[in-house]
Design a protein around this ligand. Structure first.
Ligand code: GLC
Length: 539
């Protein structure tokens, strides 16, 4: 059944385009400078017009906000800053009514230190929930049990004077790791999943899923021989015993089976691993994550050969039947418009929306939002606070959505929790909607073209060339075929038919002109131009 569906009418998460919303920064409705659920409801129309199919919301659950919602103190409620459960139910109903799926962020690796489970666990060594977290005695000579480091700086072990033991936290000390070797913990989180699935959510993006299981013997992590000054300090060690442990696959399969008790839900895994390891998370017989997030483009050098090599490596590594996916930005990484520049951001959009597999857009990338400069006194991100000066801060990619040139960019009537850049008066949804050649209108055109062109959804990926700044590939499904030619450089390039025989016409240029221009013999690309053609490229 699943296979037939893949061939004929792909299931929604294969067919669709995902859009990540960072709720604090999307739309404020109650004038506190922080985005909320009613704000999102008010913007469903915009999302529908954009053409995306599924919304993933970063965490909206009660939280002390030490890590802005990734420290959860109640898994089955809504933080008042975002609204109420009634607002949430309304959001699900209205999203569904307009044909949008809704995906929640599941954060099972750790809770807040204010979660009742941890409060109970910390109460004493005899607590019934002691083993829900990872408690260890000090090392024989005193000090932390081993050398494991927190991703947010310092030791990953926090001493609890009352009980004389340490607890493990892969991130902040306010984010103690749950003990996923304990079946009671697993059941508790599976119940959380059932709670939200029962409310109609269409799936989960699972936070740091490759972290869930740690080495049973608590062995020291080995030093990283390639560590260089300027890297975040935790990278001084290789995470050999803290992440990607073999037993985690069993847990992912269990999560999947919880999900599979409901119809057509999606399991997405947040996984920062090399491609060869990443693909293991599709699971045995593809019964793991449907979409282990592919972050390869987030750190890719913007170079035709490198990108082609990444695509090739990924395509070859995918297990048979596994569905690919691509990501250009998220709430943890610098904005794509700043990584590749404003001109190339248009080419990047064409790349993302023409590759094989489910694309995930990050809010604001469709209007070219760039990394916003954050003054020292405006820093909110705990990562930057703990490890200052290395440029790890994530506030700059989490700034308010720029809706209009009104006060606070139409995001809020109050001062936003993070600053807006000066250029929001130009770079905003309202202005860009009115400009036919804007990145926003290009993104809409790319999405619309993807929807009416089966080759772009279900078609195979065939590399054609990666020469100089030029990246060319074909997507083909039966008789439907398109060629995508991207100029990743600022100089014009001319492609002669001797090198790559082409004929047909241009369907879309990143400059939004040249529609239906015939191609015969040569294809000329301006600097920073990408085109999708109906061309038949021999070869
Ligand atoms: C994930 C989230 C990130 C968070 C971390 C700890 O990587 O994407 O924002 O800080 O997990 O929960």
């Amino acid at each position: 059944m699943d296979v037939l569906q893949a061939v004929n009418e792909p299931v929604w998460w294969r067919r669709g385009i995902f859009y990540q919303i960072y709720p604090r920064s999307f739309q404020d409705s109650d004038a506190n400078g922080i985005g909320d659920l009613p704000g999102i409801i008010g913007r469903l129309r915009y999302l529908k017009d954009l053409g995306v199919d599924a919304l993933w919301l970063s965490p909206i659950f009660p939280s002390p906000m030490a890590d802005f919602g990734y420290d959860i103190s109640d898994y089955t409620a809504i933080d008042p800053v975002f609204g109420t459960m009634a607002d949430f139910d309304r959001l699900v109903a209205q999203a569904h009514a307009s044909g949008l799926k809704l995906i929640l962020d599941l954060v099972p690796n750790h809770t807040s230190d204010q979660h009742p489970w941890f409060i109970e666990s910390r109460r004493s060594r005899d607590s019934t929930k002691r083993d829900w977290y990872i408690w260890r005695d000090p090392a024989p000579g005193g000090g932390p049990p081993n050398n494991w480091l927190s991703e947010f700086g310092g030791s990953a072990w926090q001493y609890d004077a009352a009980s004389g033991q340490y607890y493990y936290h892969a991130f902040l000390a306010q984010q103690p790791d749950l003990n996923w070797r304990n079946p009671a913990v697993r059941q508790a989180i599976y119940d959380v999943m059932r709670f939200w699935l029962g409310k109609g959510v269409d799936g989960f993006r699972v936070d740091v899923i490759w972290h869930l299981i740690k080495d049973e013997g608590f062995r020291d992590n080995p030093p990283n021989p390639n560590f260089r000054e300027g890297q975040p300090p935790h990278q001084a060690l290789l995470p050999a015993y803290t992440t990607d442990q073999p037993e985690v696959q069993h847990v992912v399969a269990e999560m999947r089976s919880v999900l599979d008790a409901f119809r057509e839900r999606v399991l997405i895994g947040e996984i920062y691993l090399p491609i060869a390891r990443l693909v293991a998370y599709y699971g045995k017989d593809l019964l793991g994550a449907h979409l282990p997030f592919n972050f390869a483009l987030l750190s890719a050098p913007w170079n035709a050969r490198r990108i082609e090599a990444i695509i090739a490596e990924y395509e070859h590594a995918l297990p048979p039947g596994a569905w690919p996916n691509w990501v250009l930005g998220n709430h943890d990484r610098p904005r794509v418009a700043s990584r590749v520049g404003a001109e190339q951001a248009r080419v990047a959009a064409m790349l993302l929306l023409t590759l094989r597999g489910t694309p995930t857009l990050y809010y604001g990338d469709e209007i070219g939002m760039h990394q916003v400069a954050i003054a020292p006194e405006q820093v909110r991100d705990p990562f930057e606070k703990n490890v200052p000066g290395l440029g790890v801060g994530r506030d700059g990619c989490r700034t308010p959505m720029q809706w209009s040139s009104a006060a606070n960019a139409g995001f809020s009537t109050a001062q936003p929790w993070l600053p807006l850049p000066d250029d929001f008066v130009r770079e905003n949804v309202l202005n860009l909607e009115a400009d036919p050649a804007s990145l926003l209108n290009l993104t809409k055109a790319l999405i619309a073209l993807r929807k009416r062109c089966p080759a772009l959804v279900t078609g195979g990926y065939e590399p054609i060339a990666a020469q100089g700044d030029l990246l060319i590939y074909r997507r083909r499904s039966g008789s439907s075929s398109v060629v995508v030619a991207l100029n990743l450089g600022a100089d014009p390039v001319s492609l002669s038919s001797d090198a790559i025989p082409l004929s047909g016409e241009i369907l879309l240029s990143t400059f939004m002109d040249r529609v239906a221009e015939p191609i015969s013999g040569t294809l000329d690309l301006r600097g920073n131009e990408g085109v999708i053609t109906s061309a038949v490229a021999a070869g």
